[in-house]
Design a protein around this ligand. Structure first.
Ligand code: ADP
Ligand code: MG
Length: 351
């Protein structure tokens, strides 16, 4: 099958000899750009920096990797795109931040099922005007987070993109057989909870949109979100339904409600709002309700079930309850009860 890059542009095709590469360069006038490393060399650079951890019998370097799922477990698999101009901007986000956020999206999905991640696969397409040093820094950010969660980068694909950086992350995890926490398990009478604080990532995005230059260390919720992997697996056996808050609380709670055939009442005053910036300020309610990219977990649990106040150092807050009627309501401290519209945050889009 023809390799996408062999059609004429960009990265070098593996299997080429130096001579054949030179002939192709002469013929098609490619190679150039500023991606100075060949595809193979780039993959080799990634491979050298990758640690192979238990569960990965064979990592980068062959046609497939070989993975082992622990006995008594089943596999969880998730993929997520990170697209330039949609999920990140190279003028706003450093390559390390983009790599970190890319893997966070996948790990957070595994966390939301109550699973443990094992391996990640990165399909990366980069335009020719992006330097190989950018790619290496992107991979550094990704691998630092991978190490934190003991996940091996076990493979992927590399190609040239006609426009914009495109990164697709696949994460494989495992969960004891039959114990994955689904979106569909919420029942009327259950309580609703969230981990951590909400709205910090979206509030920061609005500052960036307003032209502010920000130090990433002052806004970790946006630049370095932490997937709640330990919390997710601790909630197995406690949570009746779970989802990660990637699009925003209102839209992600609607997903639980739709899949479970229930509704919800959420207490506006109970929402744990992020404090962000320096000096830090509490974000507006609308960010906590509709802001995406926080990668906290939203879950339900039967009201008789004791839910810890913190898990792995992350606070857990009760924010409402599950009701039979299939609608979502926001309860105000003044006794008001308004319909809560599911409204995700429109990342980077001009409204
Ligand atoms: P193939 O032609 O069989 O797809 P490739 O040359 O694309 O092989 O890849 C060689 C090896 O490098 C494979 O093990 C693949 O999984 C790995 N790989 C390729 N690109 C990446 C990447 N961006 N990140 C991690 N591993 C990669
Ligand atoms: Mg390939």
């Amino acid at each position: 099958m023809p390799h996408p890059t062999s059609a004429g542009a960009g990265l070098l095709v593996d299997g080429c000899t130096r001579g054949s590469v030179a002939r192709r360069v002469a013929r098609f006038g490619y190679i150039g750009g500023r991606l100075s490393l060949s595809e193979k060399a780039l993959i080799e650079a990634i491979r050298r920096r990758t640690k192979r951890l238990p569960g990965v019998l064979l990592g980068i370097g062959d046609d497939c990797s070989i993975l082992r799922i622990p006995s008594g477990h089943e596999a969880l698999v998730t993929t997520d795109f990170s697209l330039e101009g949609v999920h990140f901007r190279r003028d706003w986000h450093s390559p390390e931040v983009i790599g970190h956020r890319c893997l966070t999206r996948g790990l957070s999905d595994i966390a939301a099922m109550g699973g443990t991640p094992i391996a990640a696969f990165l399909s990366l397409a980069v335009p020719s005007n992006v330097k190989s040093s950018w790619v290496k820094r992107f991979v550094s950010g990704l691998l630092r987070l991978a190490e934190r969660f003991q996940v091996t980068l076990a493979g992927g694909d590399t190609a040239q993109s006609p426009a914009g950086v495109l990164a697709d992350i696949l994460v494989l995890g495992s969960v004891p057989i039959g114990k994955a926490v689904l979106r569909s398990g919420a029942r009327a009478g259950d309580c609703m909870y969230v981990t951590g604080k909400l709205g910090g990532a979206a509030a920061t995005l609005d500052l960036l949109r307003g032209g502010r230059k920000l130090r990433s260390d002052d806004y970790p919720e946006h630049f370095h979100p932490m997937p709640r992997v330990e919390v997710g697996s601790a909630l197995r056996g406690i949570a009746s339904a779970m989802i990660d808050i990637s699009d925003g609380l209102s839209i992600d709670s609607a997903h639980i409600c739709e899949e479970s055939g229930v509704g919800a009442e959420i207490l506006a005053d109970a929402l744990p709002r992020a404090r962000t910036g320096k000096p830090s300020r509490e974000v507006d309610l609308r960010y906590a309700l509709h802001g995406g990219d926080d990668y906290e977990l939203l879950f339900t649990a039967p009201s008789r079930r004791k839910v810890p106040k913190t898990i792995a150092g992350v606070p857990i807050t009760r924010i409402g309850c599950v009701i039979r009627r299939q609608r979502m309501f926001l309860l105000g401290s003044d006794g008001s009860r308004t319909v809560l519209q599911a409204r995700g945050w429109q990342h980077f889009r001009k409204s």
